[in-house]
Design a protein around this ligand. Structure first.
Ligand code: PMP
Length: 390
């Protein structure tokens, strides 16, 4: 049976197997944790808990080693071929990570008259910090022009043609998302690189891609990768910024002047090990197949509209990979109400505006987001409930 491996993986999530009457379809908000992560945290706290400090006793040394080892673990997980020349900084999540790049690094990189590209319908976490940096620099007399990166209506991808038209030699920094948290598509980072040229720094919001697909910073040709541990099966309050250090001034990772979130780091190491053991290519295929099944089912139901990229790949060359996020709207039922109706049938989904920026969707929607523990049966059951609504 081709699904046996998935059943074996699903069985490792106690909260999922403990609630067979419920279907957790909100992994883009936060993911559930496999037993290996829970055990790693318990094991650390019962054998080695101490503050990181080089020197005099075993527990503290183990903690120091853990932090250093996990920096390298993160870099290798992201497909970094030279972890020794990049930097990994631990954060509480993507929001904090993006803010850290915007506050601590960006001002030292930009010069008067530079331009930064900021997507206008991304998650707010990937919009606000760059605007804030622009405002703070303006107070010091450094004028930065903001180049809005628009979406191609209906596609769920950025409009690369418009970006190419707007970009200039002064475009030195680009904030982009890897996988969009509402539209579910892979945002074609290579095409952004083509539009802005080889000198620009690209900072990737990888909140929805780390833990969902095989990652390769080398292939993506990006300079920063920012993600949340809790969406990648680790504990809340964990996350990291990876910095390549090839363009612009060095990004100096903090951490030793205060107490690091050791249990978060322990959980992150365990989660990345678990994900690699499970196989990221298989995880990607599994969730993409479930999303395809859901999308195809929804297409047969006239009452629903699907947001973002239509599944079948456009005739256009912009072939977009779709991952495990499907966002929909019922033509007559308010999305908040639809969320409640679905929960009355045991489905946990997200229904609101999903923290999108000003150019985002004006009407709320219901987001179904998947991880490796979700099943074909859950999707089919969801489709039959959706089909039963007028
Ligand atoms: N960016 C994207 C694309 C996201 O989906 C999210 C989480 N919804 C964030 C940033 C913020 O992540 P966190 O809440 O972990 O800081």
């Amino acid at each position: 049976d081709g699904h046996a491996w998935q059943r074996a993986l699903r069985a490792q999530f106690p909260i999922v197997t403990g609630h067979p009457e419920l279907a957790y379809l909100d992994s883009a908000a936060t993911a559930q944790k496999p037993r290996a992560v829970l055990y790693a945290v318990q094991s650390y706290l019962t054998t080695s808990n101490a503050n990181a400090a080089r020197g005099t006793y075993t527990w503290a040394n183990r903690t120091t080693e853990l932090v250093e080892r996990t920096r390298e673990r993160v870099a290798r997980f992201l497909g970094d071929p030279r972890p020794e020349s990049s930097a990994v900084h631990f954060t509480g999540g993507t929001t904090e990570g993006l803010r850290t790049v915007a506050r601590d690094w960006l001002p030292g990189f930009l010069r008067d008259g530079d331009e930064i590209v900021v997507p206008d319908a991304d998650h707010q976490a990937n919009i606000a910090p760059w605007r804030e940096a622009q405002r703070l620099l303006a107070r010091e007399g450094v004028r930065i022009r903001l180049v809005p990166m628009p979406y191609q209506s209906g596609s769920g991808d950025y409009d690369h043609r418009v970006l190419a038209e707007r970009a200039s030699a002064r475009t030195r920094f680009v904030a982009t998302t890897h996988v969009h948290h509402v539209y579910g598509g892979d945002m074609n980072v290579r095409r952004i690189r083509e539009a802005v040229g080889p000198e620009a720094v690209i900072c990737l919001d990888a909140a929805q891609s780390v833990g969902h697909l095989p990652f390769s910073v080398a292939e993506l040709d990006v300079d920063f990768v920012v993600f949340s541990g809790h969406k990648a099966l680790a504990l809340p309050g964990s996350g990291a910024v990876w910095a390549r250090q090839a363009r612009g001034p060095a990004f100096v990772p903090g951490g030793w002047s205060g107490t690091p979130n050791t249990v978060g780091i322990v959980s992150l190491e365990a989660a990345l090990d678990w994900l690699e053991g499970a196989g990221l290519d298989r995880i990607e295929r599994w969730t993409a197949d479930l999303a395809t099944r859901l999308t195809e089912g929804l297409r047969r139901l006239d009452a629903y509209e699907i947001l973002g990229c239509p599944l079948s790949l456009a005739a256009d060359t912009a072939v977009q990979r779709r991952l495990g996020i499907v966002t929909l709207r019922h033509r007559a039922i308010d999305s908040g109400d639809l969320g409640f109706i679905l929960f009355s049938h045991g489905f946990m989904v997200r229904s609101d505006h999903h923290c999108q920026g000003d150019a985002g969707e004006k009407t709320g929607s219901v987001r179904v987001s998947l991880h490796v523990y979700n099943t074909v049966e859950e999707i089919d059951r969801l489709l039959s409930v959706l089909a039963s609504l007028p």
